[in-house]
Write a protein that binds this ligand. Structure first.
Ligand code: ARG
Length: 458
């Protein structure tokens, strides 16, 4: 089969070269965007009298037929036609004859491929925003149902201070809200149309780039044709946002893995989201959060892959840029699958409140509160810290928790202690005392939850 660009060549392409340079295996995923870009281009060409209305009609009809065939899965792509652009042009020629050759007037595959990716990234960015919203809703639901549940809060994975589970889970809500904001904000940079930039320098035809931008729903056009065909910042930005988002999903996944271990036993993931072992009959493994955590590696890798591809490229288009696609597609598939799973997995997760409470009851995470207690009695915080440190050491040696020491024992460390110290030590009191803005007191978490719900509705 002769190449669309074959005129200048005297030999057939080496077969290894053909398969090495072809991108059709993966860029066929941009088929619909490619056709939409072509329809806009042809519409503009006829409006600008570069081709006749009749020619435009024939080309657009042909492209619509091909679109239907693609959607019904009845097209065969060939590696000889290298990429999606030339595959579709070949199909169009077969469909409508030589007039198909007018489609590529005043454009190049370089601005064509950039247009396809812009349209694709914009579409996927919007889809990701919706998928994130579903996960956020799951966090809100869990916070709502478990508003009162007390659990240990950790720093260094050491029990630090008791907190509300709802407070903990809502932290992830806000992380995802920032991811969504990043995605929304990025759209204004994806929304530039490269179409009509030509190979790099523009075109001799009297085209109207603003018109194709408008037809494709872009906000504006790239002011510089070289930048238009060379820019992949918008892909890098998508991959960066995806990397941060995956990092967040990985962190919650890590918590789910830890929390569902027998040692913690804080949550139980629904059976339908777990898998078993082929040898150990008792096992119920948290494979989904583990894989989510693991897949974060490939999403980060895709970002670094493209950063590295681009960093040494002179302007304008270089074939290296074809390497922008597989990582992007892989990141989209990975994010899509991860977000779709996380939402129902969080929603169906059982929170084991007794176990969480029991953990708080059997630790020294209320120590800060008796330090604060002595401060309210007039002692400087540093001195109070020192005294409580000694009390904790004493209690550990006595194999007692702070609530189990007697008033006499407390008073042997400081005469400022009175009977009311025991109220200060109760986990519920400890939690509810943290009324500062964004703190773990129930009143604060309720306020935060209301704010999260308002964000969801807005
Ligand atoms: N398949 C190519 C890519 O993905 C399309 C652009 C090719 N342009 C060219 N001049 N070889 O980047």
């Amino acid at each position: 089969m002769s190449k669309l660009w074959g005129g200048r060549f005297t030999k057939a392409t080496n077969q290894l070269v053909e398969s090495f340079t072809a991108s059709i295996e993966f860029d066929q995923q941009f088929a619909i965007e490619d056709i939409e870009g072509s329809i806009a281009h042809v519409t503009m060409l006829s409006e600008c009298a570069i081709i006749t209305d009749e020619e435009a009609r024939q080309i657009i009809d042909g492209l619509q037929t091909i679109k239907k065939k693609i959607k019904s899965g009845s097209v065969n792509y060939t590696i000889e036609d290298e990429d999606i652009h030339m595959n579709i042009e070949r199909m169009l020629t077969e469909e409508i004859g030589p007039v198909a050759g007018k489609l590529h007037t005043g454009r190049s595959r370089n601005d064509q491929v950039a247009t396809d990716i812009h349209l694709y990234v914009k579409k996927k960015t919007k889809e990701m925003i919706n998928l994130i919203t579903a996960v956020q809703q799951a966090f809100v639901n869990q916070a709502d149902t478990n508003i009162d549940v007390i659990m240990p809060g950790y720093t260094h994975l050491q029990r630090a201070q008791p907190i509300l589970f709802s407070h903990h889970i809502l932290a992830y809500f806000w992380m995802l809200e920032r991811d969504k904001e990043r995605l929304k904000d990025s759209i204004k940079r994806v929304d530039w149309s490269p179409l009509g930039a030509g190979a790099l320098a523009g075109t001799t035809f009297p085209t109207n780039r603003e018109r194709t931008a408008e037809l494709l729903g872009f906000d504006t056009v790239y002011p510089n044709s070289l930048d238009a065909v060379s820019d992949r910042d918008f892909v890098l930005e998508f991959l960066s946002i995806a990397s941060i988002l995956m990092t967040h999903l990985s962190r919650i996944s890590e918590e789910l893995v830890i929390w569902s271990s027998q040692e913690f036993n804080f949550v139980e993931l629904d059976d339908s989201f777990c898998t078993g072992s082929s040898i150990m009959p008792q096992k119920k493994n948290p494979d989904v959060p583990e894989l989510l955590r693991g897949k974060t590696g490939r999403v980060h890798g895709n970002l670094f892959g493209l950063l590295t591809v681009l960093k040494g490229l002179p302007l304008a288009y270089n074939k290296d840029m074809q390497e922008d696609k597989e990582g992007l597609l892989d990141t989209v598939i990975t994010l899509d699958g991860s977000l779709r799973l996380l939402a129902p997995m969080i929603d169906t997760m059982q929170v084991k409140k007794e176990n969480m409470y029991h953990a708080v009851d059997q630790d020294y995470s209320n120590a800060t509160d008796i330090a604060d207690y002595l401060v309210t009695k007039g002692l400087p915080f540093r001195e109070a810290h020192e005294i409580i440190g000694k009390i904790v050491l004493y209690a550990i040696q006595q194999k007692k928790y702070l609530l189990e020491l007697s008033l006499d024992e407390y008073q042997s460390f400081s005469t400022l202690f009175a009977k009311d110290v025991f109220t200060f030590l109760e986990p519920k009191h400890v939690v509810d005392a943290r009324k500062s803005l964004g703190g773990t007191a129930k009143s604060q978490v309720q306020q935060q939850l209301a704010q999260a719900k308002a964000v969801m509705e807005g």
